[in-house]
Design a protein around this ligand. Structure first.
Ligand code: HEC
Ligand code: HEC
Length: 604
């Protein structure tokens, strides 16, 4: 017991010293310190001079009058409106109010969601009736620049008790971030503005509820020219975690069955899963006879292959993901080139570097080898007669294009059913619980002090913005500047994936979907990749889309440096503003924590 606590204290000290110094360029603590406010300029009322003109929006600091921002948004009643900071100005108010602007990454952001869901707590503070709240949203749910039409979804995250008291705006440029240090600001970023003078009174980056309450209390007291109220004594769970952190820890466990997939009418059919299992392990689906899905997604290797990049019929340039949790994901592939599990399964079958086949070849193989299983899985959907058709053919091949349209359609439908059966099988994958789950359920001894410290650091440096929920992913696309698997060239990631998806007829929106729903694919950012689930990351590397990091500590070090530097040809795109740089001492403990995130596959 003693040694455990001694270790925890040591870890806490190391973390504190790593984060000390507040706003040094090499890292900032979870909440950036608030600079002392300059005295607010006296507003002139009753015939005096007009308030100071707002400065241009370049370079502003705490104490300045807020720049004259104006954004597209929704007012408190949910009506489309231009939202300017000037709309909050009340120079002659007897009791000045405090405008709380919360800059959120978007609905993908786990920490932002927590704050949105707890907006009522803000209004419940003793100063609650003195607050106005504006939520500024930077990107949409997938990480693309936000548009006004995305606000309805974000508004839905704010708890109903507070929703009618909050206005919303979109700011894809994240202009207010310039009030904080340039070395990354984990979101939500709280920016406090005095409504009497529109002067910036301070900011906090992803504060815990106690420091938020203290700061609001102190600033409102300052506006009233009275002493600040006493600081709160935070109640920490297990001596470490604030209420928001503990909520997020609990929210990162309890993974259930995958969500329903209405686009696949056999998604939960046992007969389809039985056919899918046979197909998953059948190397005969590849013309060379050597490559099955299971070659690269081997149940004995966490449903991956342990290799830097995949090798099938050819050599790929991306690392094979672990797929035990794929049925839970919104997007498939590092670049989200497929939007359903069944349409993903069709890609490797026809990809020259993976299985190297074609839909005609695959349908023929099913007819010759799996006819009985197919009939059981798809009663009333007989396979087309391919006996007199060419052996190989897929869209774009002369042999396939020469077929009558009805034949092409029938072959493609049978091919789609192959994908739907494989998806039904993948939906039966489950993973075993790990020590982190036991800890989250309240078994305080399930993690060591070092692992707990690593978990705390993981939260403090902002990892849970993107790695949250039971799989520890936000299912969105981000630029973190990791290395590609191409020698000396960058992988364009989501830019490519969005283009492929936009051109595909095999999507949730298309005619092969059993429940077509609108597909919203926006142009993707170059260098953005899907956030991988960290549940299972303990199963071993290599890590990243290019498989270039071979240990968890090399990944956390790379994060600490802000990814690969500008000019490195193996990556592309600007590092996202909410990725905080931190030094080696601050990342201490994170690799051991990540190593508790096992996800031993349970594969029927
Ligand atoms: C040659 C190795 C290889 C073979 C064979 C292969 N895969 Fe993959 N799989 C990969 C790679 C590499 C990726 C990542 C592709 C990308 O992002 O471009 C991937 C991605 C996936 C994904 C998406 C996972 C995620 O987290 O985004 C699923 C699901 C999947 N494969 C299932 C299958 C199925 C089903 C088959 C057989 C029909 C199959 N794979 C065959 C290597 C392979
Ligand atoms: C802005 C969103 C975001 C944040 C914040 C973030 N990650 Fe990631 N993470 C990603 C994305 C996207 C990838 C995949 C990047 C790639 O392969 O190019 C990734 C990949 C990883 C991987 C590799 C997993 C694998 O299977 O290859 C690890 C480990 C990881 N992150 C840990 C962390 C840690 C630790 C932190 C905090 C220091 C963190 N992440 C913060 C989005 C994020």
């Amino acid at each position: 017991m003693t040694s455990r606590f001694a270790l925890a204290a040591l870890a806490a000290a190391a973390l504190a010293s790593a984060l000390a110094g507040g706003c040094a360029d090499d890292g900032a603590p979870r909440a950036a310190a608030v600079e002392p406010a300059r005295p607010a300029p006296a507003a002139a009322c009753e015939g005096g001079a007009a308030p100071a003109a707002p400065p241009k929006a370049v370079g502003f600091a705490v104490g300045d009058r807020a720049p004259s921002f104006e954004w597209d948004g929704e007012d408190e009643a949910g009506r489309r409106a231009r939202i300017s900071l000037a709309r909050y100005e009340e120079p002659c108010a007897a009791r000045p109010r405090l405008l709380v602007v919360r800059v959120h990454g978007g609905a993908w952001c786990g920490t932002c969601r927590w704050h949105a869901e707890h907006t009522s707590d803000l209004f419940a503070l003793p100063e609650g009736d003195r607050l106005r709240v504006l939520d500024v949203v930077v990107s949409d749910r997938d990480g693309s620049p936000a548009r006004a039409e995305d606000l309805a979804a974000f508004r839905g995250l704010v708890d109903p008790g507070a929703r009618a008291r909050v206005a919303f705006a979109v700011d894809p440029a994240m202009e207010l971030a310039r009030v904080a240090p340039a070395s990354g600001v984990p979101v939500p970023l709280y920016v406090f503005v005095d409504t009497r003078t529109l002067s910036l009174r301070g900011y906090l980056s992803n504060p815990n509820p106690d420091e938020l309450a203290d700061r609001v209390g102190a600033i409102v007291a300052e506006l009233d020219r009275r002493p600040a109220p006493a600081r709160r004594e935070p109640a920490l769970v297990d001596g470490l975690f604030h209420a928001d952190e503990w909520d997020m820890i609990r929210g990162a466990t309890g993974l259930g069955a995958p969500p329903p997939d209405p686009t696949n009418d056999v998604a939960d059919s046992a007969a389809a899963a039985a056919l899918g299992k046979a197909l998953f392990f059948d190397a005969g689906l590849s013309p060379g006879g050597a490559v099955a899905c299971a070659t690269c997604h081997d149940p004995a290797k966490q449903l991956s292959d342990g290799a830097k990049v995949a090798r099938g019929a050819g050599l790929g340039s991306r690392r094979t993901p672990r797929i035990a949790l794929a049925a839970h994901a919104r997007w498939q592939g590092w670049d989200g080139r497929a939007d359903t599990l069944w349409s993903q399964a069709l890609l490797p079958l026809e990809h020259p570097d993976e299985m190297g086949g074609s839909r005609l070849f695959v349908v023929r193989r099913v007819a010759e080898r799996w006819a009985r299983e197919h009939a059981a899985a798809f009663p009333g959907r007989p396979l087309p007669d391919v006996s007199r058709l060419p052996a190989e053919g897929k869209p774009g091949d002369a042999a396939f294009e020469a077929l009558p349209p009805a034949t092409k359609e029938a072959v493609t439908r049978a091919f789609v059913d192959v994908g739907k059966a494989i998806a039904a099988y993948e939906r039966t994958f489950r993973v075993a619980e790990n020590r982190f789950d036991r800890y989250a359920r309240g078994d305080a001894g399930a993690l060591t002090p070092l692992e707990k410290q690593g978990l705390l650091t993981f939260m403090h440096v902002g990892c849970m913005q993107c790695h949250w929920g039971p799989r520890l992913t936000d299912d969105a696309f981000h630029v973190t500047r990791m290395a590609s698997g191409h020698p000396g060239a960058a992988d364009r990631g989501r830019e490519l994936g969005a283009a492929i998806l936009g051109a595909s007829e095999l999507t949730r929106a298309g005619r092969f979907s059993d429940a077509p729903s609108p597909l919203l694919v926006r142009p993707g950012a170059p260098g953005a990749f899907k956030t991988p689930a960290l549940r299972g990351v303990a199963g071993g590397g290599p890590f990243g889309h290019g498989g270039e990091s071979d240990s968890l500590s090399s990944v956390t070090e790379l994060y600490g440096r802000g990814g690969l530097p500008d000019g490195d040809p193996r990556t592309i795109g600007a590092l996202e503003p909410w990725l905080l740089r931190f030094d080696e001492a601050a990342q201490w403990g994170m690799p051991p924590f990540l190593a508790t995130l096992t996800a031993e596959p349970i594969v029927p």
